[in-house]
Design a protein around this ligand. Sequence first.
Ligand code: AHG
Ligand code: MN
Ligand code: MN
Length: 331
Amino acid sequence: MGKAENSRIALPIGSNLDRFIMRNQEDFPYASGELSQLLRDLAYAGKVVNREINMAGLAGITGAYGAENVQGEEQQNLDVAADIRFTRALKKGGEVAAIISEEAEEIIDLSNPRSKYIVAMDPLDGSSNIDVNVSIGTIFSIYRRISPQGSPIQMEDVLQPGKNQVAAGYILYGSSTMMVYTTGSGVNGFTYEPSLGEYILSHQNMQMPKDGKIYSINEGSYKSFSESVVNYIESCKDKGYSARYIGSLVADFHRNLLKGGIYIYPSTAKAPNGKLRLLYECNALAMIAEQAGGRATDGKQRIMEIEPSELHQRVPFYVGSENMVLEAEKA
Ligand code: AHG
Ligand code: MN
Ligand code: MN
């Protein structure tokens, strides 16, 4: 698994995202600029969603967000609004053959004969935090389609294991907005500068600490955790680790990526297969974690090896600092 030890001179901190994408384009096998354009389309939709999120507290108060917007569209809640923004950007961008979204039951076949990419996305992650002004995010995975370009999308195109991802990332709408992504040669983070309307390289070649002192799990479900999860949580308490749980996977993951930590969403009585979705939540973060030197499993198996059988499949999710995840698996 190659890290960002590119032979070319890396762009310095402060470079903008577009330049960075262009410069790194030759790293992709079969590079033709399409993946670069696709990443830019996602980044653009992220700006639009970011703007809407910043206005969310005023929705319904200022009158700017009424029953209809300027285009005569009905005002949507942010989950749906984000889905529309990303879907539209990908449709217009023309690089995507099909989309899998948390907000759409079926595959969205864009019937684009010249595109070879599939995007799986959670347009708005952490939606319970929207109304309370807490960090939320967007998660995306990019795959190359398997069936020939121009033919109708097949299940095999979208039910690919995470190890087939060609790129993955997230946009975190937090105290600042950031896009973090990987194309398989390291992880880089870009902070959005709203007055310039640009994402600026702020976190180069991100590395997840091998150990950490933070555990993130919804302990409200403690009574239905397996013995192994209980043992692990107890061991975290014995060591005096800090519990941090935002309830937005992207935000919890991002903190643990920077500081070292583990996030677990195990199987519970309410969610026997865990809650998180393999195709558009776990795989993307698993690829980023691994690219940054971390680890992601379902407690037993590497997340990216799981062969999906359904679009909205759920899996238990253990992700974070390598040694912490290894320990949780053994507990
Ligand atoms: P989404 O908003 O896309 O449905 O995802 C919510 C997820 C994830 O972001 C978060 O970590 C988890 O649900 C929280 O679930 P609990 O409230 O059960 O802890
Ligand atoms: Mn989610
Ligand atoms: Mn969501």
